[in-house]
Design a protein around this ligand. Structure first.
Ligand code: SF4
Length: 493
């Protein structure tokens, strides 16, 4: 199916195309083009001094919806562009909702990954929470329940964000180990599948080279590392000797009295043992992630995980025995054939293990994953109501057990009303996750597939850089990667 769009001026497309995709997720979008489209959408805009005049029309079969509005641009000269952009998006949203007859996105005109960031920005400007809540609904067309959720998360998270001099003087460090024992059905991430006995030495040598160069640059620019997140992939595919070596480098180069948090993504229970967990704890790790995704053994087989629920329980027991006081467990709602009873049982079993953090993801099928190839990326679409019920039920169960939602983000290909939420018991919020998601602090990503985000706190400018995720490509290109990252780090102000 095809939707043909025409815009006057043409760059209106950039402001509204994501909203059109949300209204028509199964249609291909084209600008101009064939006369035989299933849907035709036209929009025009004229700006005269402090007013923007917008007209729009959607034709779909016999149905025709026309909308016209003249809107005042009430803002300072500095914000004129973003305010005009907001008015255009709100107009397009209203046009699409009027035509469809239902909400196309419970986050309204916000289509990005970080909806809480807007609430923080308004809190920074001194606006009261009740006023912000109203703005989210009126000006950004967010549904009342999402506006309440955003404000709940923003209130929990806001006091913990780094700000001012601290955000200039500190960074978060991400170390990417891009290997996994097998590829999960819904995932396209791992750069390589690790087979027992594989040598990772070429990758680890390149990583050490990158660590040396970035440590030198951080020293020269006077920055310290506040939090470290070792992710992947599955970092615990590394042997104990390799992990020991990795931590020796981290201690020599990055870890100082300023380092408050070290997380290791020990995601797959099939890569864990009591001695490995003890080694991580003794090496300084103070937060660990053990990720069941579900506690349903049948589903674990379907999604290609080589562990069962018993393995999850055993890993948490070992992690506690090793001395971990901060354990996170990731869950996914929307996995194949799971329904309300599965979500309830998983939530009950996780609560019985009493981790300090629980992160609930909505399934977002990645392009290139086995699931996308077999079922298409719309595969949650048919189960959307069950998935929404599961998310709400789990959220209520966790809140009732004293967990608070403290960070939230959305992903590409995520269904219109859904999100990923980090829940935490009081005083156990993950510093790295909050400051990374809210773009409050520079994140330096090292290793395979690591993303870096350079944050200029003075003017809010953001620059991103991505390391290759294939370990062979990463090792071959590490000098280029280092040079680009050093330039970016030196430009942070
Ligand atoms: S979901 Fe995680 S553990 Fe599974 S393949 Fe992807 S990166 Fe590896």
């Amino acid at each position: 199916m095809l939707i043909q769009t025409t815009f006057q001026p043409e760059d209106l497309y950039n402001a509204v195309h994501e909203l059109i995709r949300m209204a028509y997720p199964k249609h291909d979008l084209c600008q101009g083009g064939p006369q035989q489209a299933d849907v035709k959408l036209h929009m025009e805009m004229q700006v005269v001094q402090q007013q923007v005049a917008l007209t729009g029309c959607i034709v779909e079969g016999n149905k025709r919806t026309v909308r016209e509005e003249k809107l005042d641009i009430i803002t300072s000269e500095n914000n004129r562009r973003s305010e005009t952009n907001r008015l255009i998006r709100r107009f397009a949203y209203d046009l699409l909702v009027e035509h469809k007859g239902y909400s196309i996105n419970s986050y309204g005109i916000l289509t990005g990954m970080r909806p809480v960031k807007l609430a923080h920005l308004l809190l920074d400007q001194g606006m009261r929470p009740a006023q912000i809540n109203r703005q989210l609904k009126d000006n950004f067309r967010m549904s009342p329940d999402k506006a309440d959720l955003i404000m709940e998360v923003a209130a929990n998270e806001y006091p913990h964000l780094v700000r001012g001099q601290e955000s200039q003087d500190t960074v978060g460090l991400y170390v990417g180990i891009p290997f996994c024992p097998t590829r999960c059905y819904y995932c396209s991430f791992p750069g390589a599948i690790y087979q027992p006995g594989d040598s990772l030495q070429v990758f680890l040598t390149a990583l050490q080279r990158e660590m040396d160069a970035i440590a030198q640059c951080l020293k020269e620019t006077g920055k310290t590392v506040q939090s470290i997140y070792i992710g992947g992939g599955t970092p615990t595919v590394l042997s104990e000797a390799e992990l020991q070596q990795l931590f020796e480098h981290l201690h020599r180069l990055f870890i100082s009295a300023a380092t408050r948090e070290i997380t290791v993504e020990a995601g797959r229970p099939d890569t864990l043992s009591l001695s490995k967990l003890k080694l991580l704890k003794e090496a300084g790790t103070n937060r660990i992630c053990i990720n069941p995704q579900t506690m349903n053994d049948e589903t674990l087989v379907k999604i290609g995980r080589a562990h069962d629920r018993e393995g999850v329980v055993q890993s948490v027991i070992w992690a506690k025995e090793a001395g971990f006081k901060q354990i996170n467990m990731d869950l996914i709602v929307g996995l194949p054939d799971e329904g309300k009873q599965d979500y309830q049982r998983t939530a009950e079993e996780i609560l019985a293990l009493a981790p300090e953090n629980i992160t609930v993801h909505t399934l977002a099928v990645k392009r290139g994953s086995p699931m996308a190839e077999k079922e298409g990326r719309e595969s949650v679409g048919d189960r959307i109501k069950t998935v929404q019920e599961g998310l709400t039920m789990m959220g209520n169960m966790f809140r009732d057990s004293n967990y608070q939602p403290y960070y939230l983000y959305r992903q590409k290909y995520m269904q219109a009303s859904m999100e990923n939420i980090g829940y935490s018991l009081p005083n156990h919020f993950c510093l790295y996750n909050m400051n990374m998601i809210e773009e409050r602090q520079t994140i330096v990503g090292l290793g395979g597939g690591a993303a870096s985000k350079f944050v200029n706190t003075s003017d809010g400018e953001l620059r991103s850089f991505y390391n290759p995720k294939n370990p062979v490509v990463y090792a071959n290109e590490v000098d280029r990667v280092i040079a680009a990252k050093v330039d970016n780090l030196k430009a942070v102000h």
